[in-house]
Design a protein around this ligand. Structure first.
Ligand code: NJP
Length: 259
């Protein structure tokens, strides 16, 4: 069974595509043939990446989007339909971890903002992508980027652990509701990845994750490969659950060296 899909003729939306995992995913999906729509708040960055993809012969569009806003995500999905007539893949990748603080030191508004992005952002992606995919021939795939933090209790990360646990639940419920309508919903727990988010974690100095040597983090390219793999039937056994790059089974599936 193929694990690297041919995505020509497919349309993919990647949120949080201005850097890190989202940027790597957008570039990889475009290299596999997809028309990729990049979404994030940093308009200049997504436009520069999109131009780069087009210069390399790919198909790409950038749309400044705040995933915390339902209407913005609805407009993002509509852009895919207006430009290509389809939406085959939606990668719910946008996420926040800053500000990292112990509960007693948290600012309630900042804590709530992380919920708005990490939970409601994912909900908005599901809410607006699922009906389109359910109605079109061939269905579609939604990948929710979660985290090992969903199953951990890490000091200073109350917002992050709680929100990522919610993402795992959203994945399971969405799968139950939409699988028989042709919508594949799957989670992806990437392990620790060398991105700006890990720089923020390191700078906080709180909890053991901030002490992990930088060279132990994987590169975002591996997560991009896992995202492509999850669009294939070879990944069907993980639908409704979290696929993890921290375990041998997941690493083997995408050709990664074992830990
Ligand atoms: O993070 P980072 P990663 N609306 O900080 C965007 C998860 N994860 O690539 O809006 C739209 O480099 C932001 O763009 P901008 C993690 O929880 C990671 O490491 O322009 N977009 C940027 O593109 C997250 O879900 C690790 O500021 C918004 C992107 O999100 C995903 O992987 C481990 C936004 C963040 O880029 C990507 O993380 C793990 C909004 N309101 C899970 N707010 C890891 N790195 O180790 C932010 O288990 N963004």
């Amino acid at each position: 069974m193929t694990t690297t899909p041919d995505l020509h003729g497919k349309t993919a939306i990647v949120t949080g595509a201005s850097r890190g995992i989202g940027e790597a995913a957008a570039r990889h999906l475009a290299a596999l043939g997809a028309h990729v729509i990049l979404a994030a708040r940093s308009k200049d960055r997504i436009e520069a990446i999109s131009n780069d993809i087009c210069d390399a012969g790919g198909q790409s569009t950038a749309l400044a989007t705040d995933v915390a806003e339902s209407e913005a995500v609805a407009a993002l999905v509509q852009t895919a339909i207006d430009q290509t007539g389809r939406l085959d893949l939606f990668v719910n990748n946008a996420g926040l971890i800053d500000p990292i603080a112990r509960i007693m030191d948290t600012d309630p508004d900042a804590w709530g903002q992380v919920m708005d992005v990490n939970i409601k952002g994912v909900y908005h992606g599901l809410r607006h992508a699922m009906p389109i995919m359910a109605a079109q021939s061939g269905g579609g795939t939604i990948i929710n980027i979660s985290s090992g933090a969903a199953n951990s209790f890490l000091e200073g990360w109350s917002h992050y652990c709680a929100s990522k646990a919610a993402v795992v639940r959203l994945t399971g419920v969405a799968h139950k509701e939409a699988h028989d309508k042709g919508v594949r919903v799957v989670g992806l727990s990437p392990g620790t990845v060398a991105t700006e988010m890990q720089e923020q974690i390191r700078a906080s100095g709180i909890n053991p994750v901030s002490q992990i040597p930088w060279e132990r983090h994987i590169t975002p390219d591996w997560v991009a490969k896992a995202i492509a793999f999850l669009t294939t039937p070879a990944a069907d056994q993980w639908l409704g659950t979290d696929f993890s790059l921290k375990v041998d089974e997941g690493r083997k599936a995408v050709g990664m060296p074992l830990e």
